[in-house]
Ligand binder design. Structure first.
Ligand code: AP5
Length: 213
């Protein structure tokens, strides 16, 4: 099963993708995480995308589609595309990449959310520096303060693009370039809407209901 989680910044794509990895043995393919890893490693791609990401703009289609092409076979048991595709060009590139492997999408899950609430969500976000488990200052704190639930790590980090000005720019990019790819998938009968404003558990249950239908 290959699925896309689609929604604006802070909609909960990463949170739900990580849960699906744990419950279904699928593999999260997050272009945002891949780009941040490239930045951290100081690769040529990482250096090239740094300023674009910090402005909240989209990096080039060629770069992200190449990253997905490199990692797609890591997810032969089922991929969760998180933050990809984000443009019509990327959606078409994904069709080619999957088609070459005899695979196709089973669902495009659109997380429907209230954008104003997302700014608060994003600005309260932090992750485990060791395993990447996602947390939030109020909505999802570690069970034991300062200790990651998943790996026991004690260091946490926040993203440089998680400030209000950049978040607003990222939302603008979503409205202008990503939301317009929905009709491409609606024509194929793949889109299912899920209310992304419930609790993490409620959203998870709604996604499960779609995948098990
Ligand atoms: P990327 O890393 O993909 O960021 P994004 O799409 O902006 O999404 P986020 O990671 O901010 O949000 P999310 O939906 O995963 O929410 P999360 O689960 O963390 O992209 C970053 C940048 O990389 C882009 O701006 C661009 O420059 C570049 N890029 C990446 N992919 C690209 C592509 N394909 N093409 C071009 N450029 C690309 O949740 C957010 C917070 O809310 C967390 O704290 C979480 O704990 C909390 N939370 C989650 N669910 C709930 C809930 N139900 N209730 C309450 N709180 C919740």
């Amino acid at each position: 099963m290959d699925i896309i989680l689609l929604g604006p910044p802070g909609a909960g794509k990463g949170t739900q993708a990580k849960r699906l990895e744990q419950t279904r043995g699928m593999v999260q393919l997050s272009t945002g995480d891949m780009l941040r890893a490239a930045r951290k490693a100081g690769t040529p791609v990482g250096l090239q995308v740094r300023a674009v990401m910090d402005r909240g703009e989209l990096v080039s289609d060629a770069i992200v589609s190449a990253l997905i092409g490199e990692h797609l076979d890591d997810a032969s048991g089922g991929a969760i595309f998180d933050g990809y595709p984000r443009t019509r060009h990327q959606a078409e590139a994904l069709e080619v990449l999957l088609g070459e492997r005899g695979r196709n999408l089973s669902h495009v899950i659109e997380l429907v959310v209230d954008e104003d609430a997302l700014v608060e969500r994003i600005c309260g976000r932090f992750t485990c520096a060791n395993c990447g488990a996602p947390y939030h200052d109020t909505a999802k704190t570690p069970k034991v303060e300062g200790v990651c639930d998943d790996c026991g790590g004690t260091e946490f980090k926040r993203r440089p693009d998680d400030n209000e000005e950049t978040v607003r720019k990222r939302m603008e990019e979503y409205r202008a370039k990503t939301a317009p790819i929905l009709p491409f998938y609606e024509e194929q009968g793949l889109v299912r809407q899920v209310d992304g404003m419930g609790s993490v558990e409620e959203v998870a249950a709604a996604i499960d209901a779609v995948l098990d239908a």
